[in-house]
Design a protein around this ligand. Sequence first.
Ligand code: HPA
Length: 248
Amino acid sequence: MNPDLAIIGGTGLYAFPGLENVRHESVATPFGATSGEIVSGMLAGKRVAFLARHGEAHTLAPHRVNYRANVWALHHLGARRMLGVNAVGGITAKMGPRTLAVPDQLIDYTHGRLDSFCDVERAKVEHIDFTEPYGAVLRAALLAAAERAGIAVVDGGCYGATQGPRLETRAEIARLRRDGCDLVGMTGMPEAALARELGVDYACLALVANWAAGCADETSISLPEIFANLATATAQVPPIVGALLAKE
Ligand code: HPA
């Protein structure tokens, strides 16, 4: 199919609005099953492949997502650009609830995830450069598209990838802040590194659902509020992607 863009949808984004001539397909991979069928279709005259990271009914917790299968399958279909859409918590002042951000750095705090295509018998070990974990070309295109669409997006920020599925403690978030993280999410890794292993131009569009633990006056995080904020932020994603594709 050679998609012009692959989109991996996170919490709250289980289907991509506006896709036309939609086709569902299962892709078998050497790494097991993907999170679900890949939905291909046309958007702004371009080919798009969409995959719901947690499954269409959100049945896969962050640590159970088969990131390798997902990234491999989209690459196998011909995708050379991937946009990961990720729900996150905001840590620093500019990252309040409902903010959209395109991070430029990450720190990986996850553990026990299968996080490399080299991690199989007899696979040749390749070391990737990951100094800049996100693709410069797609990041720039995304930021320019948001501007054309008239949607405010924060350019940059460090994404701390935690294991989940629980939210963090106040002390954990204080540590992430000291480490330089602006955002915290559970699914940014190993997706970004796997995309880099395959030479894919990968960017993250982070949607802030809540202040991370201890970053607001409240002593706890309200889950209904998370989902309401996320719905507001998610509604901004299709116009940005539409503006991205329409330009090309
Ligand atoms: N922490 C981790 N992941 C998240 C959060 C959070 O506060 N909010 C949405 N995803």
